[in-house]
Design a protein around this ligand. Sequence first.
Ligand code: HEM
Length: 377
Amino acid sequence: MTPMTRLSKSIAAVLGAGTILLAATLTPTPFGAGEALAQQVEGRAVEQASPLGGNVPGDHLGTASDAEIWRAVRRGIQGNVSIPDKQAGVMIQSEGENWRAWRNGPITTGGAWGMLGTIGLLALFFVVRGRVRIEAGPSGKSIERFSEIERFAHWLSAVSFILLALTGLNLLYGRHVILPVLGPDVFAALSLAGKYVHNYVSFAFMAGLVMMFVLWVRHNLPGKHDLVWLVQLGGLFTKGVHPPAKKFNAGQKGIFWIVILGGASLSASGVSLMFPFEFSMFEWTFGVFNTFGADLPATLTPLEEMQWSQWWHAIMALIIIAAILGHIYIGTLGMEGAFDAMGTGRVDENWAREHHSLWVAEVKGETGSGGTAQPAE
Ligand code: HEM
């Protein structure tokens, strides 16, 4: 931007601001930044309605300096406007600059490193460890692992999550990755369609999340075998090691809770973005943290609520996407026999004995009274 353009933009901004200021009477709102400041400014406005007038162009501010008015404006004070969008009463919201800087800076770059790093680690794991095979070889006998309703819940969540991830990532990275390749027209059409997909498909994801929670929560409570599994790193790095596990091992329980808790938080912030200015969940959440000694902002303007929602939505999404990349790897390429569990619902018995020995013993009724099932090694 040339200095002239910048200057004319600044003049236009000041003129525009002045026009809104004329329409605005500076009254504090419950969310207004600095009530004391608002009162000061309000007092000044009354004082300035003096019949003496003044020599400020337009005479609307009287003879005194208008520095306080501008200071209040700069700090985000909210006045009244006659149009329905009351947010327009805030002329300058400085937090918006922080929001933009974090969104386009650490969140975007951190997320890219997180996702690329995960893909890199998975590739390394594949090169070093190779595909995790059924060590005893396929038995030829199968055992039911997931019912139709379980698979429906899984694929509802999975397909919707992948659509949400792709359309969401387009919002963060599309202008850097897709726009230069496909050009503005295609990118704009794609992004508009993506926005609708993102908004509507989110409901399918939330439904899938509730179903998975109801169906699987009892299998995902921590148990004593989880510690053994974690200490042995699930036997993933050592051939011939198969720590015992029930229906889900500790790694899967981790994925479950990341998806459920992260997904719930992702959904809540998403709903708040979809219905702007309806919720003040961050103010509430920060209030709860503050009672435990945290020092988070005690009051947030509606606009700040939206900015926190956007940050949080992006951060949660990026964390879950990184985790799901690992999950997709192990469910497909990484482990022989795993995909069948969600594909057909049935798995090879040797696979089941190697990875979920306690579960097989349970469903086959092999556990004697008071006895423990022997893990298949
Ligand atoms: C192409 C994508 C995906 C594939 C191939 C896939 C595959 C699988 C497989 C094979 C299992 C069963 C593992 C077993 O038998 O022990 C499973 C379980 C599960 N999946 Fe997926 N999945 C995919 C995407 C997703 C997504 C996007 C989510 C959630 C957003 C998800 C959440 C879960 C959960 C919570 C479980 C149970 C816990 C676990 O096994 O980790 N999956 N998936």
